[in-house]
Design a protein around this ligand. Structure first.
Ligand SMILES: [Zn+2]
Length: 238
């Protein structure tokens, strides 16, 4: 099985833009006393997770950094509402995208490298030919046109690692206090074939969740149906 990185098709006809954000999020954290890392991550999002039943939901409106212990409390309150094994870092976003949209969208659409949307009809066609792990959630975005596109936000699991051959040999272990695990994104990236999931056709890389990966099965289906809006770049796996 081959694996591909999904990227936006930058052709000028794709003018689509979502000026919008997710409804809730975990706050950032104040600098760690051990490693001095703080703030929050970008690109980790669970658009199908609904926090509206949480009595403390108002606490997920405020991205301002909090002490690490407070972050842990907020994180554990949402744990029962997220998929099993979900990665929950400071700055993780939840819930439907809210805001405004405009322009022309392909059948698939990326607002940025870490956010993938699929038109409902395309998602149903892909499912119909056996493409797995397509969990699409409605968005709450207003379009000023008569027939707005019905875009669904994909909620993606985090799976797969880099192959050690593309990482520096002196890689430091994560911070034992806060779990911060800083390293520069390898270029070119090589995937660890044994770590890649067999049952998923689209997912985020566990070590770099801003990278969205599609299986050969998904890529074949998209190309056969001539679904547009994204391109696929093959990644080496060993
Ligand atoms: Zn730390």
């Amino acid at each position: 099985m081959k694996f591909y990185r999904i990227e936006e098709d930058k052709a000028p006809r794709y003018t689509g833009n979502l000026d919008a954000g997710h409804k809730w999020g975990l706050p950032g954290v104040e600098p760690c006393p051990r490693c001095d890392a703080g703030g929050g991550v970008v690109g980790l999002q669970y658009p199908c997770v609904d926090l509206s039943s949480l009595p403390e939901r108002k606490k997920y409106d405020d991205p301002r950094p909090v002490p690490f212990e407070e972050f842990v409390c907020l994180r554990e309150l949402v744990r029962p509402l997220v998929p099993q094994g979900a990665v929950l870092e400071p700055g993780t976003r939840f819930g439907p995208l809210e805001g405004k949209g405009s322009g022309y969208f392909g059948q698939l659409f990326m607002q940025n490298p870490w956010s993938l949307y699929v038109r409902r009809e395309a998602l149903e066609r892909l499912r119909g030919v056996g493409v797995r792990s397509l969990q699409g959630c409605p968005i709450n975005v207003r379009f000023r046109v008569k027939h707005p596109p019905e875009l669904l936000a994909l909620q993606l699991a985090l799976k797969g690692k880099y192959h050690p051959d593309c990482l520096p040999p002196d890689l430091k272990p994560p911070c034992p206090t806060c779990g911060n695990d800083p390293f520069d994104r390898p270029d070119p990236m090589i995937l660890d074939a044994a770590s890649l999931p067999e049952g998923l056709d689209v997912f985020r890389l566990r070590q770099a969740w801003t990278v969205i990966i599609a299986s050969e099965r998904m890529v074949d289906a998209v190309q056969r149906m001539e679904l547009d809006g994204v391109i696929f770049r093959e990644l080496e796996a060993r």
